[in-house]
Design a protein around this ligand. Sequence first.
Ligand SMILES: NC(=O)c1ccc[n+]([C@@H]2O[C@H](COP(=O)([O-])OP(=O)(O)OC[C@H]3O[C@@H](n4cnc5c(N)ncnc54)[C@H](O)[C@@H]3O)[C@@H](O)[C@H]2O)c1
Length: 260
Amino acid sequence: MADPGAREHAPQRAVAGRPARFDFTGRTALVTGAAGGIGGAIAAGLAASGATVWSLDRDDTVRAAADRIGGHTIVGDVRDPGLPEAALSRIGDVDLLVLAAGVQVRTTGSGITEDDWQRLADVNLSGPYRMIRAAVPHLRRRGGGSVLAVSSMSADRAVAGIVPYGATKAALSHLIRGLAVELGEHRIRLNGIAPGYVLTAMTGSLLADEERAARIRERIPLGRPADPEEMVGPSLFLLSDAAAYVTGQILAVDGGYALS
Ligand SMILES: NC(=O)c1ccc[n+]([C@@H]2O[C@H](COP(=O)([O-])OP(=O)(O)OC[C@H]3O[C@@H](n4cnc5c(N)ncnc54)[C@H](O)[C@@H]3O)[C@@H](O)[C@H]2O)c1
């Protein structure tokens, strides 16, 4: 049942003969990891499509990124259990939540240190989980809303050298699917994207190694890694009313890598 008090910007169904609008005017978005390549690109895409955007990151450069897109900033660490409530009490209600903050540790699965394991689990899994949990009452007050998590192709594929990272992303994807089942009745949709290789700080040193980069390119059907901007269209689609009947899906945005 729809929640009483749902506001005018509640998600809309498509109207017959007219495609649902790919437009975020009047919507408020919180984007974590917004100082980074993918989070920053999605935040900019949302702002350009009419949303009021709050950019969150632990990296102070998020202030400049938010200024460039005409939005607001929250500097904070998603490992802090108090951050979601503190952030949401500043923002008020949100309609859209994008979970892009993440870290990667390149190491063997059996050789990872306790500290690195804890950091991966805290940032990539507990951070998004706490943020969603805190946002649910806000999304319900808005009559529903949409969550997008940035998972990874390594969630479903065993990639040597990033197995613990992949395990946190597999758990994140599972969380998205499971919460989509539980929260559908409140008109809250949760989806994810699973990027392959994207040219950001996270992959900088890996893709700077020309030999490795060539091997990676060979395995990607589209023949190249992605620019962060190429994550924006699929993300905005999943967040928008154009995807009003899509929930619990993790969309591969990987140039076909998962098929190869
Ligand atoms: N680049 C890729 O090829 C690729 C592929 C698949 C998935 N991803 C995922 O995409 C997301 C974005 O990564 P990116 O490629 O843009 O890398 P990035 O390093 O450019 O961005 C990650 C951002 O997360 C922020 N962050 C990290 N720890 C944080 C914390 N504790 N609190 C708050 N912010 C924190 C960083 O400061 C950074 O701005 C990540 O979740 C990553 O796992 C990236």
